[in-house]
Design a protein around this ligand. Sequence first.
Ligand code: FE2
Ligand code: FE2
Length: 318
Amino acid sequence: MTNYVIAQDLAGEVCCKPTFFQIKNRVNYLVQEYLNLEYLSDRIKDLPLQFINPQPRPWQTIDWQSINQSQIIDLDLEVFLAIIKGSLDTEAPIRDYTQASRQYLEPIHPQMAQFVGGKVAEDNTMIELGLWEKEERQHTPALSKIYQQLTGEKVIIQGRTPKSYQPSDNPTLDLYRHGLHRIATEYGAVCLYLWLITRTTGTIQQILAELLQDEINHLTKFWGFGMWLYPDSLRKKLNSTSSNSNSDHSIIRLIATFRRMMELLQWESWKINHKIELIYTFIWVMQQMMRWSRTLTPEYLATLFSSTSLCGNDTMAS
Ligand SMILES: [Fe+2]
Ligand SMILES: [Fe+2]
């Protein structure tokens, strides 16, 4: 009687005390809903239009007052709050993140730089926000409201100090290193919010689904851009990392980024079943992204990025 189905929500069938297989079904349902190949392709198809006329994705109306603890499914409130707090500390400060990315992108692809970080005057004042920032800056207030509604207290956001723009004499390699971390962070956010949607229902789930859709939107665009600019690089980097200890340590640094993210989410205090569910989500989402990635031909990517670029070759020799 403990895990019978009580209703349908955004992730399919809802249970009070879900088993691993019931959560797995909910993860699969969400992947089918929000990461199917057609949906992912639509997320990248609009880029040329977004370069010309950037339009943030509108959110549905949310009844913030209706957030309550009963919308969390079989997950301790303290753990849930620690995850929300950790997500907030990862999301903020968005302006610093967007501006570092804009600076790395500017010498390579000015339109992508503007999409990410907007237009900035010579004295560094913002003339126009980038679309990425417009969408991302809604996430911190939304997560803060969930926290406040559940605790009655305002959350104090620590936020990290993001690495500032540190150019070398090879902008293509700089962007590769920076971009890999951006993609990893978006992927991490997609997986975390997707798993949280399986463990929530009602208004909390609705808010997390808005965040998820934004993160998927950014992940597909950054992923596609990376595939266009560095078609063979990941394979080369993996080979060089294993064969030469003095070579680029992108992969090692990437693992360190994930480790830091999991520390912020207080992973060590999670129950084993929740850990397994999130690991399953990471694997299933990556598989789907790889499936989609194989549909992106160099010719198609060129139609999205080449006509607007200054430099489109994989020239990374350092
Ligand atoms: Fe975000
Ligand atoms: Fe994001």
